[in-house]
Design a protein around this ligand. Structure first.
Ligand SMILES: [Zn+2]
Length: 313
């Protein structure tokens, strides 16, 4: 956790610098602390069958260790609201939302999501989406904000897939675009090991959102969508090559697209121990990756909202 502490404390310094120059949402109620905003809600979890492979416990554990290792204090925590159906409908179809919320999605559809339906699952996903929306709003105001959940990039407008029911990255991006009188440009940097296929599909015709995905080509999903920039890497890639791949593309995207906000899916499933990853990044490699992305954006004055993405070890 020392490395996480280092990255957060460094990022906090940069975030504070940005506060004075970017203040878009004065109506947001701030916690007492001026430290790095952490977005967390205790209801981003639900019960799963005992042998289920999805590590639901990671959400409270991330938060637990941030506090235990004194990376953050309770005063830095922003608590999101549940995402309303109105907010969700900027991405998801009316029929899908009705069936998902009321539990009328059929068994085949549930299998594709990887989760058995429950009311708590719906509640979990809606709070998680509210968290990503809040992280994005706070980032615009404070320069940097980190959610302890989010990154469900395989969800499409009409169906869920691969542990993703609601595409919270897409909802946050659309919500902010709709809310602003002058359209904001949003860059989604998706470094989860799996391609952000749902997000790429949702924004394929949207010039104000740029989707950038670095992913393992042979990994899920089998059929890829087309992001604005896809970088497909081979199985077994290690730190050095992976980092040089990210480094060789991200600055160009930032310079040419010039986003008003970066949404960063910092999935840790490229880690060598990850059960679903197929890449071979170390703890240090992931630390360097995250530090690089944050520095690349904030050094150019671009706010960043982060979500934790995938991680299965
Ligand atoms: Zn993933």
């Amino acid at each position: 956790m020392t490395r996480i502490k280092q990255i957060l404390s460094r990022s906090r310094l940069v975030g504070v610098v940005l506060i004075s120059s970017r203040c878009f949402h004065a109506e947001l109620v701030r916690p007492e602390s001026s430290g790095l905003p952490i977005i967390h809600h205790g209801k981003c979890v639900c019960e799963l069958p005992p042998s289920h492979r999805f590590p639901m416990g990671k959400f409270p554990r991330v938060f637990h260790f941030l506090l235990k290792d004194q990376v953050i204090t309770e005063k830095q925590v922003w608590i999101p609201e549940i995402a309303s159906e109105d907010v969700l409908s900027c991405v998801h179809s009316e029929d899908y939302l009705k069936n998902f919320i009321n539990g009328t999605i059929n068994e085949a559809e549930q299998r594709r999501t990887g989760f058995p339906w429950s009311e708590d699952l719906v509640r979990r996903c809606r709070y998680e989406t509210g968290g990503t929306v809040l992280a994005a709003e706070v980032a615009l105001q404070r320069g940097l904000a980190c959610s302890t959940a989010g990154g469900t990039h395989h969800a499409f407008p009409n169906y869920g897939s691969g542990f993703c029911l609601l595409n919270n990255l897409a909802v946050a991006a659309k919500y902010l675009m709709n809310k602003s009188p002058s359209k904001r440009k949003i860059l989604i940097v998706d470094l989860d090991v799996h391609q952000g296929d749902g997000t790429a599909f949702i924004f394929k015709e949207e010039p104000y959102v740029f989707t950038f995905s670095v992913h393992c080509g042979k990994n899920f999903p089998l059929f890829k969508q087309q992001s604005d920039l896809d970088v497909s890497v081979e199985d077994g890639l290690e730190d050095e090559e992976y980092l040089s791949t990210v480094n060789s593309h991200l600055p160009g995207v930032l310079e040419t697209f010039r986003p008003d906000l970066v949404l960063y899916d910092a999935g840790v499933d490229p880690h060598w121990e990850d059960e679903l990853g197929r890449l071979r990044l170390t703890d240090q490699g992931l630390y360097q990756r995250d530090l690089y992305v944050l520095r690349a954006a904030v050094s150019r004055g671009i706010p960043v909202a982060t979500v934790i993405g995938g991680g299965y070890s």
